[in-house]
Design a binder for this molecule. Structure first.
Ligand code: NAD
Length: 488
C-alpha cells in the first residue's frame, strides 16, 4: 500500500534538507538517502546526506548563536519552549502520524510519545527560570564563596530511531533552557520527525542557528569530526552501549563533557505475593510497548515458580489476541519492526531460546510477506544459557525465567552489565523496600510497568549510562558550576 493522500500531504510538508543557521539546504556533496516505511518497505522520502564538512558548518552556526542565546533572558528562553509545547500539542496528530509512518509504532502509542516528548518542553520551560546559585561564608570567616552556573556551550546530540521525538526533546529542551545551542544528528532510519520538530521550533520563534539538524548516512565520520573540534563543549548520546563506548573514547582526547543514555536489560520480577492482574497488565506494557523496541523494555521476566504457570497462561492469552499491522492504522497493537535486521535478530534470539530449552506459549516466528513483522511471542522456561538473558531483544518477545527464593531472583536480576530500569511486582511493602536497595538499576517501577516521566531523573547505572535526563537533574547536564571567592 502506498501512502494515503493525507499521509503524502504530511510528508510533503517535512523539509528534506540540512537545517543549518535557519535555512534548509542540500548536502555539499549533493547526496541524499532514502527513508522507508517499515510496514511496506516503500520509500517515503529522501533527505540530504550531510558530509562531515556540512556538520562543521552546523557547528559554526551553533557557535555563532551561542553567546546571544546564553545572554537571552531566561524568561524569554522559557517562553520560546512554552510556545513550542503549545504548538506541538496543536499538531499532535501530525507528529504522531509522521512517527508512525517512518518508524512503525502504533498510532495510539505515537500520540503517547507526543505527550511524553512534549512534557520535556513544558517542564524545562519551567526550569529555565529556576537555575539556582549558592552563597556561603568560607569556614575561615575571611570571605564569601559565590557558586553560580553558566551554560556549557555548543552541544552535539546523537539520537536513536525508537522514540524519534522524545529522544530529541529530552535533550533539546534542557539545553535550550540552560542557554546552550545545538547540533543534532537524528538516526538515519527516522530523521523526518527531528526535521519536522526543528521546523516547529522556528515557528515558535527560536532564533536561527540555535538548533541545527544534520542527518547523515555516515554517523561515524560526522561524529569523529565534530568530537575533535575544540569549539564543541558537550556530547549527549542516546543509543546502544557499544556505540556509546566508541563515542566516549572519541570524546576523551578533548575531555569533552558527555551524557550517555545507553542500552538496558531490564529485569521484571513477579513474586509469589504479587497482584497477578497488575503484573500481567504491567508486563504487557513494559514488554510490548513500542513493539518491544525500548531501552526500558522488560527483557527478563523473572517469575516465582508457584505462580509461573498461571502467569504464563494469562500473558499468553492476552498476547495471542494482539492485532498486528501497519502502525499508522487505528487499532493496531503490534506494528512493524524498524528494519529487516531487527526481524532477523529477533528470529535468531527466539531460535536460540528454543534450542536451549524454552517452550513457545504463543507466537515464535517472523511473518512472511511485505514489511518487517514478527509475531508477538511468549516463551516460558527460558534457560540461563539462552542469549536472551544477556542481549537486548528489541522485539516483541517475552521470555519467562522461574525462581524459587528472593535471593535467587535478585541474583538473576543483577547478573548483567546493564543497570537502566527494573520492575518489581509484590504486595509486601518490606520486600518492595528491599528491592529498591538491592536491585542495581537507576530506575525502578514498583507494581507498574512504565516509569518514564519528564519530571523524573531518567538514566542508568553500570553500562547503561552516565547522567540523567528530565527532572531537576536534567538541566544540570547543560550547566557548568563556577565558584568565585570574594575575600573580605
Ligand atoms: P545505535 O547505537 O545503533 O544508534 C544510535 C544513534 O547512534 C543513531 O543516531 C546512529 O546513527 C548513531 N551511530 C551509530 N554508529 C555511530 C558512530 N560510529 N558514531 C556516531 N554515531 C553513531 O542504537 P539504535 O539501534 O539506534 O537504538 C537502540 C539502542 O538505543 C538500544 O541499545 C537502546 O537500549 C538504546 N536506547 C537507550 C535509551 C536510554 O535512554 N537509555 C533510549 C532509547 C534507546
Amino acid at each position: 500500500m502506498a501512502l494515503t493522500p493525507h499521509e503524502q500531504e504530511l510528508i510533503d510538508r517535512v523539509q528534506d534538507g540540512l537545517g543549518i543557521a535557519g535555512t534548509w539546504e542540500p548536502a555539499s556533496s549533493g547526496e541524499r538517502f532514502d527513508i522507508l516505511d517499515p510496514a511496506t518497505g516503500e520509500i517515503i522520502k529522501s533527505v540530504a546526506d550531510a558530509t562531515a564538512e556540512d556538520a562543521v558548518r552546523a557547528l559554526d552556526a551553533a557557535v555563532a548563536a551561542q553567546d546571544s542565546w546564553a545572554a537571552t533572558a531566561a524568561r524569554e528562553r522559557s517562553n520560546t519552549l512554552r510556545r513550542a509545547f503549545d504548538l506541538l500539542m496543536a499538531h499532535k496528530e501530525d507528529f504522531a502520524l509522521l512517527m508512525s509512518i517512518e518508524m512503525g509504532k502504533p498510532i495510539a502509542e505515537a500520540r503517547g510519545e507526543v505527550n511524553y516528548g512534549g512534557e520535556f518542553l513544558r517542564w524545562f520551560s519551567e526550569e529555565a527560570v529556576r537555575v539556582r546559585g549558592d552563597y556561603r561564608e568560607n569556614p575561615e570567616g575571611s570571605g564569601t564563596m559565590v557558586v553560580s552556573h553558566i551554560p556549557v556551550g555548543p552541544c552535539y546530540f546523537i539520537t536513536p530511531w525508537n522514540f524519534p521525538l522524545a529522544m530529541a526533546t529530552r535533550k533539546i529542551a534542557p539545553a535550550l533552557a540552560a542557554g546552550c545551542t545545538v547540533v543534532i544528528k537524528p538516526a538515519e532510519l527516522t530523521p523526518l520527525t527531528t526535521i519536522f520538530f526543528a521546523q516547529l521550533l522556528a515557528e515558535a520563534g527560536l532564533p536561527a542557528g540555535v538548533v541545527n539538524v544534520v542527518p547523515t548516512s555516515n554517523p561515524s565520520a560526522q561524529s569523529q569530526r565534530l568530537l575533535s573540534d575544540p569549539r564543541l563543549r558537550k556530547l549527549s548520546f542516546t543509543g546502544s552501549t557499544p556505540v556509546g563506548k566508541m563515542l566516549l573514547a572519541a570524546a576523551a582526547p578533548s575531555v569533552l563533557r558527555t551524557s550517555m543514555e545507553l542500552g538496558g536489560n531490564a529485569p521484571f520480577l513477579v513474586f509469589e505475593d504479587a497482584d497477578l492482574d497488575r503484573a500481567v497488565e504491567g508486563v504487557l506494557l513494559a514488554k510490548f510497548r513500542n513493539i518491544g523496541q525500548a531501552c526500558t523494555a522488560a527483557n527478563r521476566i523473572i517469575v516465582h515458580e508457584s505462580v509461573a504457570d498461571e502467569f504464563a497462561r494469562r500473558v499468553g492469552e492476552k498476547v495471542a489476541e494482539m492485532t498486528i499491522g501497519r502502525g499508522a492504522e487505528e487499532g493496531i497493537d503490534i506494528g512493524a519492526l524498524v528494519d529487516e535486521r531487527a526481524v532477523a535478530k529477533t528470529a535468531r534470539l527466539v531460535k536460540d531460546a528454543v534450542d536451549t530449552g524454552a517452550v513457545v506459549v504463543t507466537g515464535g516466528a517472523a511473518i512472511e510477506g511485505r514489511g518487517n513483522f514478527f509475531q508477538p511471542t511468549v516463551l516460558d522456561k527460558l534457560s540461563s544459557q539462552s542469549a536472551m538473558m544477556r542481549e537486548e531483544i528489541f522485539g516483541p518477545v517475552l521470555g519467562i525465567i522461574r525462581f524459587s527464593t528472593e535471593g535467587e531472583a535478585v541474583k538473576i536480576a543483577n547478573d548483567t552489565e546493564y543497570g537502566l530500569v527494573s520492575y518489581v511486582f509484590t504486595e509486601n511493602i518490606h520486600r518492595g523496600h528491599r528491592m529498591i536497595e538491592e536491585l542495581e538499576t537507576g530506575m525502578m517501577g514498583l507494581n507498574t510497568g512504565l516509569v518514564s516521566n519528564a519530571a523524573a531523573p531518567f538514566g542508568g547505572i553500570k553500562q547503561s549510562g552516565i547522567g540523567r535526563e528530565g527532572g531537576f537533574e536534567g538541566i544540570n547536564e547543560f550547566l557548568s558550576t563556577k565558584y568565585t571567592l570574594l575575600p573580605r
